[in-house]
Design a protein around this ligand. Structure first.
Ligand SMILES: [Cu+2]
Length: 160
């Protein structure tokens, strides 16, 4: 099930990527490291001042070899994990991905609500709407990307 979803995602991403690459240059605020391009890193204000938050973005691998997001760090959290969501019976649960997130060659992977995300745990000062906070993403091949998460409204649409 997970495999099928990944394949579907990879296929859709590849189709999308080819049209995007043909049509538009990389946005000025996109972050590039090696063959990896990171678009629009965002988080949102946690409801009820929770000490956890999630980070989302689109990661594209423009290279010819698969890469892997192996870990992340952030200024707001000393405990950052890479997570996915899985169904456990009728309940969707977060699962940690100890092997990180593969970014296939020539494809985009979207970290988004109810799906893959960067998880910030044990937050001391929860970020508020309008804040930004710095983070680093470490890729197996491309190296380290320094990015800034933009904190959106807690009611930001799930598909934003
Ligand atoms: Cu999580």
């Amino acid at each position: 099930m997970v495999l099928i979803r990944s394949l579907t995602r990879a296929f859709c991403s590849a189709v999308l990527l080819s049209s995007v690459l043909a049509a538009a240059p990389v946005h000025a605020h996109d972050i590039k490291v090696g063959s990896i391009v990171i678009e629009h890193p965002w988080s949102r204000q946690s409801p009820m001042a929770a000490d956890v938050a999630a980070g989302f973005m689109i990661i594209t691998n423009t290279g010819s070899e698969d890469d892997r997001l192996v870990r992340a760090t952030a200024t707001i959290s000393s405990n950052v994990q890479l997570h996915d969501m899985k169904m456990d019976g009728d309940v969707m649960k977060m699962v940690e991905l100890p092997d990180g997130i593969v970014i296939p060659a020539g494809a985009s992977v979207e970290l988004k609500p109810r799906s893959l995300h960067v998880m910030f745990l044990d937050i001391v000062t929860p970020p508020k709407e309008g804040d930004t906070f710095a983070a680093k993403l470490v890729f197996e091949k491309a190296g380290t990307a320094e990015i800034e998460f933009e904190v959106l409204n807690p009611n930001a649409p799930m598909d934003q």
